[in-house]
Write a protein that binds this ligand. Sequence first.
Ligand code: COA
Length: 306
Amino acid sequence: MGVRFKGWGTALPDRIVTNDELSKTLDTTNEWIIERTGIKERRIGGSALTLGTLAGQRALEDAGYGLDDIDFLVLATTTPDRITPATAPMIANAMGLHCPAMDLNAACSGFMYAVRTAYGLLETGQKRILVIGAEHLSRWVDWNDRTMAVLLADGAGATVLEYDPDGTDLLSFSLGADGSAADLLTCEHDGFFQMDGKEVFRRAVRVVVSSAEAAMAEAGVTADQIALVIPHQANLRIIQAATQRLGIDMERAVIVLDRYGNTSSASIPLAFFDARENGRVKAGEYALMTGFGAGMTWASAIVQWS
Ligand code: COA
């Protein structure tokens, strides 16, 4: 079955929070944050609804589609505006869409889980799916906790996936989940994000490598053929360790975490958009998209751009 990425859009809050600004209220420094994470600044503000709506509108415009062209909206978010209703119907309403709409929570793997879900929907006869990743992580950050405050941020990204009987951009997937690791990264109702950073780091590298290798094997693509890696943006050192183990030159990885921090479900479309803006997305070339997050969950896909 063929599926094409038809258009992309992003949305970021205007407010930039630098490491220096955080170090005024937290026991941390710009140097520590850059050295241990790669993050220099992040965007804070908006909500899953407002950011997701803007990213969705921009993706639709980029694809050249009207409101009636979309059959289904899948929103990946860890931070919906409310527990219920889901945020997706509210985004659909704000955009003027008239289609089924639902939220999906797979934490920082959310965007890739949503792409996989959209692929399945296209297999059953839908023609075009709007996939959005939108996060308002800052709402559930304890701004006195330096571990989480330096990492998490807000943003959104979206794409339109379209059924195509004649060819495909998406060659393979490898997804997984391990609930025995659930306590490593949590946010309770009315609570804040909490994390065992070291253990999440170790496991993140492992699952990115194993799922990327499985997706490459299924697609019949080798590491040296991967021209672009579009990874979840949690920590520069995780991306360095994973690409090194995969035997992929770090130069091929797209990095936006220096400017946007960890935006969970939004990070992969934000990274894709940056790569496209910089002329790094080339027809015929292979890319690895890979995410991991709380759950733990992970998801890799091999893409060949049309
Ligand atoms: N500023 C300054 N010092 C900090 C700090 C901060 N923001 N956060 C932790 N430290 C301190 C620790 O208290 C520790 O001090 P100690 O040696 O006196 O005990 C020291 O820095 C090293 O801490 P450690 O936890 O070993 O640092 P690290 O190199 O593992 O980096 C993370 C911490 C959180 C950046 C890193 O573990 C990480 O990125 N983990 C994965 C996170 C992730 O990907 N989460 C999202 C998944 S989607």
